[in-house]
Write a protein that binds this ligand. Structure first.
Ligand code: ES4
Ligand code: ZN
Length: 326
């Protein structure tokens, strides 16, 4: 359609992307072979066939298994460069990527190995294509506060290059307040704050992300719509929601894309954006996510313009990066 062509060609930002979730099965196999890691699959097609989830946890189990093939700095470089090539194809001009240091530290991989590989690719993409970036270090909420503080200590030599911290993994039973002290320390360090909230968890978790963690953005936020006072607060604060349509479908956060809340969010004045989350697991990159919405919701040219602009407004770009993209 004309709208799809318009959105594909438009300059875009991505604000919600787990770099480990961009590991395509082909690269997973290549890295497993390179590093002598055994995978419980015979062929690439078997991996794709396993990607059927009925909730967040079923996905996370495969996501943590998948990242076990990542071991050397070159692996992290190759992973990140493959994602950045997809950005280039999709006309994504600025990306804010999350990584999960604890998922690597736990396996004995040094913070520097992870950071140098990811950063190397980000800097090469900036030089080659003018693609700008921010790096977000995310804490795994199923682990302890102590583990989060330990990851923050490992990050210390690199904090000049880390713009923000996030909170991800299993939401239910791990409310934001579990990490109140970690995020207070991160705020003292001058880091921006985001947190996954209201993906599977209740509106109370979104309130905690706002009031206790003092977030600058919310990742997902779908279930905020169940609480009118919360919607009003998000609108009043102009807090960006980084929404991920294909992720929501694959993790059964929505029963079908025709029932996706994106249009409702825009109508209520929420600053919603379109993002890919874990594109290798959920079946699409940024343009695929826009196209899926266009196919299933009565979005107008004006709604799409708002989504694209909300992305630029919610991005943590500096003046130099913004000028690069006007
Ligand atoms: C995630 Cl979709 C999603 N939700 C929570 N944590 C995550 N980590 C990677 N993808
Ligand atoms: Zn996510």
């Amino acid at each position: 359609s004309a709208l799809k062509a318009l959105v594909s060609a438009a300059p875009k930002v991505e604000l919600h992307l787990h770099i480990e979730g961009s590991l395509e099965p082909e690269l997973m196999f290549a890295l497993a072979q390179r590093n002598g890691v055994a995978l419980p699959y015979k062929r690439v097609e078997d991996v794709r066939a396993a990607y059927q989830f009925s909730n967040l946890q079923e996905f996370l189990d495969l996501y943590y298994q998948g990242m076990s093939v990542l071991q050397t700095e070159q692996d992290y470089y190759d992973l990140t460069m493959a994602y950045l090539q997809r950005c280039q194809q999709d006309n994504v001009v600025h990306t804010e990527i999350m990584f999960d240091p604890q998922g690597h530290l736990e396996r004995g991989i040094a913070f520097a190995t992870v950071f140098n590989g990811i950063s190397g690719a980000l800097l090469d993409a900036e030089r080659q294509w003018g693609l700008s970036h921010r790096l977000i270090m995310s804490f795994l909420r199923h682990l302890s506060e102590e583990s989060a503080f330990a990851a923050l200590a490992e990050a210390e030599p690199f904090l000049k290059h880390i713009h923000a911290v996030g909170l991800d993994s299993s939401e239910m039973g791990h409310p934001p307040e579990k990490f109140a002290r970690v995020f207070a320390r991160c705020r003292e360090l001058g880091l921006k704050i985001t947190a996954h909230a209201g993906e599977e968890g209740p509106p109370a978790y979104v309130w905690q992300a706002i009031d206790t963690l003092q977030v600058d953005r919310i990742d997902h936020g779908n279930r905020s719509l169940e609480d009118d006072a919360l919607v009003q607060e998000l609108v009043k604060r102009k807090l960006t929601l980084t929404v991920c349509p294909l992720s929501n479908l694959k993790l059964c956060v929505v029963p079908s894309l025709t029932q996706h809340p994106m249009l409702d969010m825009l109508k209520q004045g929420l600053k919603a954006t379109v993002n890919s989350d874990d594109p290798a697991y959920f079946g699409g990159y940024v343009n695929d996510n826009y196209h899926a919405l266009i196919d299933h919701l009565p979005l107008t040219h004006s709604h799409l313009y708002d989504l694209l602009r909300n992305g630029f407004d919610g991005a943590w770009m500096d003046d130099k990066q913004r000028q690069q993209h006007i």
